[in-house]
Design a protein. Structure first.
Lengths: 166, 555
């Protein structure tokens, strides 16, 4: 499925999500790009580190902390939104960026919706896996719904009250 | 009151544009209804029994006369000429058209108003004491902190899809008029032994189908840390609140499940990570927020007794005026001034309802008598907070003409009442006709005065918008095989001595209700000692005498 970037551009994307239930065969993962579930990655980390074609994904009931021990080795982290009303991913994303200082690609996967893009971006997401038939221009507008914000988050670490005082 | 700067105007303007585009996309079939739902809710628009309703935010209850005139225009132009003051100090329109809501929001933005986050699973409007800034028992004015919290919570990117709605109330007085023990977060402004300002922090209070009194999780939080601490609480709730069952999703269920001490530990641990973040409030920001709530240009040096003497002298000649002075006029921290409550509880009118013309009259009265400002109350009344004592008689005459001088504030007939089955699709039963029947049963004001302060609250269903659990007398509409019945509770208390009412017994039909309340009041009168208040008599004698009288078989 295509990837929408933070600046509203659609790109082809080849990362494949390996489900929690299936045990990926390491031998098959030398080629291609794979997002494995964080628990599986941590359990098998000795064989996986420094593989820039393997990243992890977290479900909404996973703790952001679960990724902290391996975060330096990951090119991509995905956070799943099982349904768009499940807002845990916003806290997970922000914590991964702010507390664990992740600098790679943080992508939203699953069933988030277009009108959450602005908030997702604020919480540190810089890539969004979207459907094949989306209106990229409309999505780019949603990413830029607001030109200023009150509170600190990943995209604007200085809250408005501090900028007003400056 | 708070005045927008260029940032506020820009952000609220962009919100209007965002919702206009979302509405267009929805009407064009580009947003599915289930996705549009949270978007419209977070813009105040929810669909009820008869039509969409629009809940307009009144941040911590403050309005100016220009805003009232705009509201009058909106009710006239986009609605049926009236609106409703809610139990969370907001203003509700009953009949807006979905297509016109973006235009309504644009009109509101012109007068620095909005409908942001007045519904939906997000942080709602922050509420406080309607006498903030003027109450003689105030320790610290809560409004600057309310405004700081309002800005922090507005479009907070992390907390817009919480497990459930989230309500914060702040009190800064010796007696609680903001019901902080019954909010998701209650904040009580206090000073420590060193004279530093901070908050006592409560979590997990609430009404609804599982009423709970909030638990203190921190005795003293320095004021500079309010946003960092709120962010820690909200993050714990966002991550750990239940999402599998909407009836168990409020923070009170989480706090109860893990226990208040364990919950406090979770918050404190999270807080260690964020307490030194950029959300730490500099003293300059708190000072800046205070500058928006300066004292108006009071006449100084007035002698209170001297000012009130000629006013009190009119009591003999004008008995109704005397009653009004005793019940609808409250003391003020400045000598020679009073706060005046406009009763929106006129028998025959749904509690809290106001017409477009009445809104304009209040605007004019605010300009003439109270520095152009007015407040809404969670008891569904309005307040002119800064009236010169010498003008009270003149003001009373005008209020009487406009229908706001019913001298029943704080009495049995100053009923808090949700819209109920007449308007609301959640309701099991009507509530407005019950309020009216009780007001008619107790139409002798002198009798009502003799009873002293009694809070009577009515909810049409267990969602408890009418706060029935914390009324001294609470009435809950229930559905029995398709018929409307009413359960009665006694002993609720919304103050710092927070208590939840207990159920009296089996429910009653609508026709029985005035007589049921009559019997309850008779038991109170029979057992009352001296000038004792209803709640104190109830606490002393307990439920049994009430039960025996109300359910006694007729002989």
């Amino acid at each position: 499925m295509p990837k929408l970037t933070n600046n509203g551009k659609l790109q082809a994307d080849d990362w494949q999500v390996v489900s929690k239930e299936s045990a990926p065969a390491l031998a098959e993962m030398f080629s291609g790009q794979w997002l494995v579930h964080v628990k599986w990655y941590v359990e098998n980390q000795e064989e996986l580190t420094n593989r820039n074609n393997i990243g992890v994904w977290l479900d909404s009931d996973d703790e952001a902390e679960s990724v902290s021990s391996v975060i330096g080795h990951l090119p991509v982290i995905g956070v799943n939104f099982p349904v768009f009303t499940d807002g845990r991913g916003f806290s997970i994303g922000r914590t991964i960026r702010e507390r664990y200082k992740f600098t790679g690609e943080l992508r939203a996967i699953g069933n988030f919706m277009q009108d959450q893009l602005f908030y997702l971006k604020r919480c540190g997401f810089d890539a969004f896996i979207v459907g094949d038939k989306v209106d990229a221009e409309s999505m780019a507008k949603s990413l830029a719904d607001f030109s200023d914000v009150y509170q600190a988050a990943v995209d604007q670490p200085v809250p408005l009250f501090r900028r007003r005082l400056a | 009151m708070y005045v927008y700067d260029e940032y506020d105007h820009k952000i609220i303007g962009e919100r209007v544009a965002q919702f206009r585009r979302q509405t267009e996309r929805y009407l064009a079939g580009e947003i599915p209804p289930e996705q549009f739902l949270p978007l419209r809710l977070q813009n105040g628009l929810y669909v009820q029994r008869l039509a969409p309703m629009l809940r307009i935010a009144v941040p911590y209850g403050m309005l100016n006369s220009g805003q009232l005139r705009k509201l009058a225009h909106i009710t006239r132009h986009y609605d049926k000429g009236y609106c409703h003051v809610t139990t969370r100090q907001n203003i509700q329109l009953n009949w807006p058209q979905l297509e016109e809501v973006p235009d309504i929001l644009a009109e509101l933005a012109q007068v620095e108003m909005h409908a942001v986050q007045t519904s939906g699973n997000c942080i709602r409007n922050v509420t406080t004491d309607q006498f903030a800034g003027v109450a003689p028992d105030e320790i610290i004015d809560p409004r600057p902190y309310c405004e700081i919290i309002r800005q922090w919570s507005t479009f907070h990117p992390e907390f817009a899809f919480l497990p459930r709605k989230f309500k914060i109330a702040v009190a800064g007085t010796q007696s609680d008029r903001a019901a902080i023990y019954f909010h998701d977060i209650g904040l009580q402004l206090i000073k420590n032994t060193k004279g530093e300002i901070g908050f006592k922090v409560l979590v997990g209070g609430g009404l609804g189908r599982t009423p709970v009194i909030g638990s203190v999780i921190r005795e003293f939080l320095p004021e500079q840390q309010i946003l960092t601490y709120l962010e820690a609480i909200l993050r714990i709730y966002n991550l750990h609140g239940r999402r599998d069952n909407k009836f168990k999703a409020r923070i009170k269920i989480l706090v109860r499940a893990v226990g208040p001490e364990a919950f406090a530990d979770m918050v404190e641990k999270e807080w260690l990570n964020v307490r030194d973040s950029a959300n730490h409030l500099p003293a300059e920001e708190i000072a800046r927020a205070r500058t928006f709530f300066p004292e108006p240009q009071y006449l100084r040096g007035l002698d209170d007794v001297e000012m009130m003497a000629p006013i009190n002298a009119l009591r003999g000649e004008h008995r109704e005026f005397g009653n009004w002075l005793s019940h609808n006029v409250q003391r003020h921290k400045i000598p020679g001034y009073r706060a005046v409550t406009l009763s929106l509880k006129f028998t025959g009118v749904p509690p809290g309802d106001l017409t477009d013309r009445q809104l304009e009259i209040i605007a004019d009265l605010a300009d003439r008598y109270s520095f152009g400002e007015v407040r809404t109350t969670h008891n569904q009344n309005m307040v002119l907070a800064d009236v010169q004592a010498s003008q009270l008689f003149e003001l009373w005459q005008q209020l009487r003409q406009a229908g706001f001088a019913t001298a029943n504030v704080g009495t049995l007939t100053d009923i808090i009442c949700c819209p109920g089955g007449d308007f609301c699709s959640l309701a099991n039963a009507k509530s407005i006709p019950i309020a009216e029947a009780i007001q008619r049963e107790f139409d002798d004001l002198d009798y009502v005065y003799d009873l002293g302060p009694i809070e009577l609250n009515i909810s049409g269903c267990m969602n408890a918008c009418g706060h029935h659990h914390i009324g001294n007398i609470g009435i809950l509409g229930v559905d029995k095989k398709g018929e409307e019945f009413y359960q009665v509770q006694l002993g609720g208390n919304s103050g710092y001595n927070a208590a939840l009412g207990e159920v009296l017994g089996p429910s009653f039909s609508r026709d029985d209700m005035p007589q049921v309340i009559r019997k309850i009041i008779n038991v109170f009168i029979k057992n009352r000692e001296g000038e004792e208040e209803f709640i104190d008599t109830f606490t002393r004698i307990g439920m049994t005498p009430f039960k025996e009288s109300v359910y006694a078989k007729a002989h």
